[in-house]
Design a protein around this ligand. Structure first.
Ligand SMILES: Cc1ncc(C[n+]2csc(CCOP(=O)(O)OP(=O)(O)O)c2C)c(N)n1
Ligand code: SF4
Ligand SMILES: [Mg+2]
Length: 334
């Protein structure tokens, strides 16, 4: 992204700066022109192609609300995904984006986040994309603490490919790959993310837009690898599975009570989000479990560590330009 424009309300446009890149291009900053407020109309792209009633519609609605509320710079919004019904998400957001290779969304997002730390990198995908084919990538993105906000729309099934057992399908689930019922122990997303080293880990439900919004805001404000698992019903291939956590369907949505550090006896019982062992204990509660922030910690991001390393290395070269460094390297290996 080199330069973009903003509307002036009279049909004309004014160029605005591409953003405050941290990579040291050396070009002078251009003053930002006043911007129009980001509206739902501006961020809406294609008509979603999900089945009527799919939980993913509500996730998209919450994301639009979040973008409007936070009024992010339009040209800095990036939505990325792997492959799956949920991974079609970037098609429906008018911004930079890509629908990438199945399971490889974290590496793609990592590259974009590290190369352009000024961008807002949002990643969307399913349980298959994130925990099955992309499980290993998820672990490494988490331990490296690469700055991004990852929303995993968990429907306990492969939706796009029409009902195969997914890594989060419960034992006994009958699918095309397990006609007599799933026999494999499912992944527990919260436990996996805690052990992988993600620095913000939360859980929500697509039937609760207000809760999704709160968590997207907190995940976005967190510096590092932030992940939200969202139970998002596949009405076609695994209907009603999340009703036990939906009050409108007779279930109960139990929210984690976080510590207020107010010294009261009731605070003793509240959850300390910085306590990894307590987060793990919450993750062992039987389905449908609890919702909210399980774990949050501050650890330097790979983005900040890499920035420091680049600056130190550049200083050692007498602040040479990228081209000069490249030329010197070629000269050395000639
Ligand atoms: C390398 C590769 N393997 C398998 C597939 C087939 N495939 C496409 S989407 C998908 C699973 C999608 O499940 P999930 O990530 O849970 O998304 P959902 O459709 O449920 O939202 C699979 C196995 C593929 N596209 N590429
Ligand atoms: S198949 Fe399931 S996950 Fe895919 S769009 Fe339809 S309801 Fe949603
Ligand atoms: Mg799925």
């Amino acid at each position: 992204m080199a330069e973009t424009t903003t509307g002036n309300g009279d049909g004309s446009t004014t160029p605005v700066a591409a953003g405050n890149r941290q990579s040291g291009s050396g070009s002078p900053a251009i003053a930002e022109a006043p911007r129009e407020k980001l509206t739902k109309k501006a961020i809406t792209a294609d008509h979603p192609t999900w089945c009527p009633g799919c939980g993913d519609f509500a996730v998209l609605a919450a994301f639009y609300k979040f973008l409007e509320k936070r009024n992010l710079e339009h040209e800095k919004i990036v939505t990325l995904a792997g492959i799956g019904c949920s991974s079609r998400f970037p098609y429906f957001v008018n911004g930079h984006g890509a629908h990438f290779i199945h399971g490889r969304a974290v590496p793609l997002a990592s590259g974009i986040s590290l190369a352009r730390p000024d961008l807002h990198v949002f990643l969307f995908g399913g349980d298959g994309d994130g925990f099955s084919i992309g499980g290993n990538h998820l672990d490494h993105g988490a331990r490296k603490n690469i700055n991004m906000t990852y929303f995993i729309m968990d429907n306990f099934v492969y939706g796009l490919t029409k009902k195969q057992t997914s890594p989060t399908s419960p034992i006994g689930f009958k699918s095309k790959t397990d006609p007599t019922g799933a026999i494999d122990h499912p992944v527990n997303p919260m436990k996996k993310l805690i052990s992988a080293g993600a620095t913000f880990i939360a859980r929500t439900h697509a039937a609760n837009v207000a809760h999704m919004m709160q968590l997207i805001e907190r995940a976005f404000d967190h510096q590092g690898f932030s992940v939200i698992e969202c139970l998002s019903e596949c009405v076609e291939f695994f209907p009603d599975v999340f009703d036990p956590a939906n009050p409108k369907k007779g279930g109960s949505f139990e929210v984690i009570q976080e510590k207020k550090w107010d010294g009261t006896p009731e605070d003793e019982l509240r959850h300390d989000v910085t306590d990894e062992v307590a987060a793990y204990k919450l993750a062992t509660l039987p389905f449908p479990g609890v919702f909210g922030v399980f774990y949050e910690t501050d650890r330097p991001t790979k983005n900040s560590l890499e920035k420091k390393w680049i600056e130190t290395t550049r200083e050692k070269t007498g602040n040479a330009s990228d081209l000069e460094i490249l030329q010197k390297t070629f000269d050395r290996i000639k």
